[in-house]
Design a protein around this ligand. Structure first.
Ligand SMILES: C[S@@+](CC[C@H](N)C(=O)[O-])C[C@H]1O[C@@H](n2cnc3c(N)ncnc32)[C@H](O)[C@@H]1O
Length: 519
C-alpha cells in the first residue's frame, strides 16, 4: 500500500535480517504517548461465552466487572437485554441493537435462533459474522483483500494436528451462517484458521479480556517483545498509540504476548499460537535480559528446594518443559524444574473459577518463588501470580490483603516492568490501587500508623490524571473518568486542608508511608 497521509503506511518488513511479510510503518516522527491510528470499529469482534451474558454486543460495555471501582468509566445502572430473535446477543440500548442489526445481525439472527441453547465458540460466531457480512455486500473489496492476505497457517494447523478440529468448526460456521453456496468448505476452513492465528484480544479500557477482535488493517502490525506501540480499546474504538518516541519510516510493533515473560516462554507462545520464531530486537539477545535474571546463582539454591526440584525432575523424567530450560547442569535443571512448577501452578490457578481455591494455589506458587530465593520480584510468573492474587483477594472481600499486595507491586514491580510513566498497564494498575485506597478510606481502615488512605488515593489519582491522557487519549472514557475523579477528590481535600499547598504537603507525607507498606 502506498504511503498515505494517515501517519502510517504498510510495506514489506524485514525483522532480524529476514522477510516478515508486510508491516506497519510510521510516515512521520511521533512522540511517546501520541495516537497513531484510530479505528472507530474493527472489522469483527466476538465476545467470550461468559461475556455474552453481561456485555453489550455492539459497544462492548461490560456491565458486571469485579474489581473495585476499576470500571468507573461505565455509566451507573447500565444493563443489557437479550435480542428477542436469536436470544444470544445482548445490547445496552435500542441504538446499539439497531446498529448491530444494520451491520449484519439481520442476516444471521434467524439462523442463530434454532441453536439458541448451544454454546458456540467465539471464533465460530466471529467467522459467521464475517462470512454473512461479505455475502451481503457489507464488507468492501479493499478490506476483504487485506483480510484474505493474512496467512491462514493451514499447513501449520495440519502439521500440529489441529486441522481436523478446524474443519469441524468451519462446517458448523458454514451451516449456521447459511453461506454454503457463497463460500466453499476449504475457504471457510481457511478463514476460520485465519481468525485463530491473527485475532487479538478484545479488551476493556482497563485490559479485562472480553473476546477476540480482528481488524484487517491493524492485524498487519508485526510483533516485538520490546514494542514501540500498543493498542488500547475504548468500547468498539481501537487506538494504536506510541509507547516510545518513533522516527519517520520506523516500523511500528505491538506485542502479541506478555513481553515480560522469559525468553524461551515468549518464543514458545509465539510459535504455538502464531507459528513464528520471533526475531525482535529483544529475542536476538536471547535469555540475557531482565526477564531472565535470577536473584541467586542456580548453584546457591537451598537444600530444601534442591529436594523439591529433584522430586519435580523425577516426576517429569521424560518430559522436561522446554519453555523453562535454563541449562544442562544439574543446578540449572533444578532451577528449570522449579520454574516449570511455578508456571504450571500459575496456569492451574487461572483455570480456577473458585477465588478461594485460586488464592490457595497462588499462595503456594508465590511461596516457591520467594522461599527458594531464586525469583527477583519482577521475574515471571511472580508478578503475574501477584496480579491474580490481588484480583482474587478482591473477589473474596480481602481488601486489606489486596492493598498490601498492590503496595508491593507498586514499589517493586511496576517501575521495572512498565518503566514508561504512561505505560497503559502502569496507569491501569495505579488506577485500580487508587480506587482500592478510596474504598479502604471510606471503610475507615487503618493500614499503617499515620497512613491516610484518602490522601494516598488522591496522590495516585493525581499521578495518572495527566499520564492517562497519554496512555488512553484525552477524549477516552477512561481518561475522562480519571479527570472526573481527580476533580472530586481535589475538591474534597481542598475543603479539608484550606489550600493547595497544605494539601500537597499532606500528600507528600504519605509518599514514604506508601513505600513502607510495599516493603
Ligand atoms: C498477524 S501477522 C502480521 C502481518 C504479517 N507480517 C503479514 O504480512 O501478514 C503475524 C506474522 O507476521 C510475522 N511476524 C510478526 N512479527 C514477527 C517477528 N517479531 N519475528 C518474525 N516474524 C514476525 C510472522 O510471520 C507472523 O506469523
Amino acid at each position: 500500500m502506498a504511503q498515505d497521509d494517515h501517519g502510517y503506511y504498510i510495506k514489506d518488513s524485514t525483522i532480524g535480517g529476514q522477510a516478515a511479510g508486510k508491516g506497519f510503518f510510521s510516515s512521520k516522527d511521533v512522540k511517546s504517548g501520541e495516537s497513531i491510528v484510530m479505528i472507530r470499529r474493527p472489522l469483527m469482534a466476538s465476545l467470550e461465552s461468559e461475556r455474552l451474558k453481561d456485555t453489550c454486543a455492539n459497544c462492548y460495555i461490560w456491565t458486571e466487572g469485579s474489581s473495585i471501582g476499576s470500571r468507573l468509566y461505565v455509566k451507573e445502572g447500565t444493563t443489557v437485554s437479550t435480542c428477542a430473535g436469536c436470544k444470544r446477543f445482548r445490547y445496552c440500548s435500542k441504538a446499539c441493537q439497531k446498529e448491530a442489526w444494520n451491520r449484519g445481525h439481520k442476516h444471521e439472527c434467524k439462523n442463530l435462533k434454532p441453536v439458541a441453547d448451544r454454546e458456540l465458540p467465539k471464533a465460530v460466531l466471529g467467522c459467521m459474522e464475517i462470512l454473512v457480512r461479505r455475502k451481503h455486500g457489507l464488507i468492501d473489496d479493499q478490506t476483504w483483500q487485506l483480510l484474505c492476505h493474512l496467512d491462514s497457517h493451514i499447513d501449520d494447523f495440519k502439521n500440529n494436528g489441529n486441522y481436523g478440529g478446524i474443519e469441524l468448526m468451519a462446517m458448523g460456521t458454514s451451516q449456521f451462517s447459511a453461506t454454503q453456496e457463497t463460500f466453499n468448505k476449504d475457504f471457510v476452513a481457511a478463514m476460520y484458521a485465519r481468525l485463530l492465528s491473527n485475532s487479538m484480544t478484545l479488551m476493556t479500557p482497563t485490559f479485562d479480556p472480553l473476546g477476540i477482535v480482528i481488524d484487517a488493517l491493524l492485524c498487519h502490525l508485526n510483533h516485538s517483545c520490546d514494542p514501540n506501540t500498543y493498542i488500547v480499546m475504548d468500547g468498539p474504538q481501537m487506538q494504536l498509540r506510541a509507547l516510545k518516541d518513533i522516527k519517520k519510516d520506523e516500523e511500528l510493533f505491538i506485542s502479541y504476548i506478555d513481553p515480560t515473560m522469559p525468553y524461551l516462554r515468549r518464543q514458545s507462545k509465539l510459535q504455538q499460537r502464531w507459528f513464528f520464531e520471533c526475531r525482535c530486537i529483544k529475542c536476538r539477545q536471547g535469555p540475557t535480559l531482565q526477564e531472565d535474571e535470577w536473584a541467586i546463582k542456580p548453584g546457591a539454591l537451598a537444600q530444601q528446594y534442591q529436594k523439591v526440584a529433584d522430586e519435580e525432575i523425577q516426576r517429569n523424567e521424560q518430559e522436561e518443559d522446554p519453555a523453562s530450560f535454563v541449562g544442562d547442569s544439574l543446578d540449572e535443571r533444578r532451577v528449570a524444574a522449579l520454574q516449570a512448577k511455578a508456571f504450571d501452578m500459575y496456569e492451574a490457578e487461572q483455570r480456577q473459577s473458585d477465588p478461594a481455591e485460586a488464592i490457595r494455589i497462588i499462595e503456594d506458587a508465590i511461596a516457591i518463588c520467594i522461599k527458594s530465593k531464586l525469583w527477583p520480584a519482577h521475574r515471571q510468573p511472580l508478578p503475574a501470580l501477584r496480579d491474580d492474587l490481588i484480583i482474587n483477594m478482591l473477589a473474596v472481600g480481602n481488601y486489606e490483603g489486596a492493598w498490601f499486595e498492590c503496595a508491593k507491586r507498586h514499589r517493586h514491580v511496576i517501575p521495572k516492568l512498565y518503566p514508561q510513566m504512561h505505560h497503559p498497564i502502569r496507569i491501569v494498575q495505579t488506577w485500580q490501587m487508587a480506587m482500592l485506597a478510596q474504598y479502604l478510606a471510606s471503610a475507615g481502615a487503618v493500614l499503617a500508623p499515620g497512613a491516610d488512605m484518602a490522601l494516598i488515593a488522591a496522590m495516585m489519582i493525581n499521578t495518572i490524571n495527566v499520564t492517562s491522557r497519554m496512555s488512553h487519549g484525552p477524549d477516552s472514557a477512561f481518561a475522562r473518568s480519571v479527570q472526573q475523579k481527580f476533580s472530586e477528590v481535589e475538591g474534597e481535600l481542598l475543603g479539608k486542608f484550606g489550600s493547595k499547598d497544605a494539601m500537597n504537603a499532606a500528600i507528600q507525607r504519605q509518599v514514604k508511608l506508601l513505600a513502607e507498606m510495599g516493603k
